[in-house]
Design a binder for this molecule. Sequence first.
Ligand SMILES: Nc1ncnc2c1ncn2[C@@H]1O[C@H](COP(=O)(O)OP(=O)(O)O)[C@@H](O)[C@H]1O
Ligand SMILES: O=C(O)C1=C[C@@H](OP(=O)(O)O)[C@@H](O)[C@H](O)C1
Ligand SMILES: [Mg+2]
Length: 179
Amino acid sequence: MRRNIVLIGMMGAGKTAIGTELARRLSAPFIDIDAEIERAAAMTIPEIFARDGEPFFRARESEVLARVLAGQPAIVSTGGGAWMRQENRERISAQGVSVWLDCDLETLWHRVKLRPTRPLLQTADPRGTLERLLNERNPVYALADIRVPATRGCSIDATTTRVQEAIKAYDPEILEKLS
Ligand SMILES: Nc1ncnc2c1ncn2[C@@H]1O[C@H](COP(=O)(O)OP(=O)(O)O)[C@@H](O)[C@H]1O
Ligand SMILES: O=C(O)C1=C[C@@H](OP(=O)(O)O)[C@@H](O)[C@H](O)C1
Ligand SMILES: [Mg+2]
């Protein structure tokens, strides 16, 4: 049954911020998959990448996502790479509505450049890495049920309103299941 709202998109697109605000407005549970992984591992995401590597992180990410999607209906914010795995996409599509926060490179870079919390960007050329990932991932993000533009001009508030309206147009019943 499709009963979760699942935010997908690049690092810095606003999945955590918009998910938090959407859940507040709907009085619905909010779950951030990265935060759940950190809680379960009692380590931060950079620590998990440094100690156990990306394949280990991806395996934990899929496990946590499956558990969360099967739990109470919720607003779920994924990490940017979660949607890249087919098994994750299939689970999300079976148990929720996927919402892609589509954001341009300049905006993403502006938001993530000062934060050391994203291990994939700890490279010699982080902006180039972000651009490469964006170009690789955008065609896959485009498979989402709903696309919402999330560029620099739109505040968290305005983007959340757009997400709400897009979900209402796509499947009004899912909002009822959440509240
Ligand atoms: N629409 C927006 N307008 C302004 N700032 C935003 C917007 N969306 C996100 N941010 C800010 O950008 C940063 C990254 O957002 P975050 O929600 O962590 O992105 P993600 O979870 O997709 O990586 C945060 O500091 C957040 O407050
Ligand atoms: O894009 C990615 O592969 C990742 C995005 C991060 O989450 P955010 O998208 O919330 O930054 C986090 O899961 C990890 O650093 C990997
Ligand atoms: Mg996030």
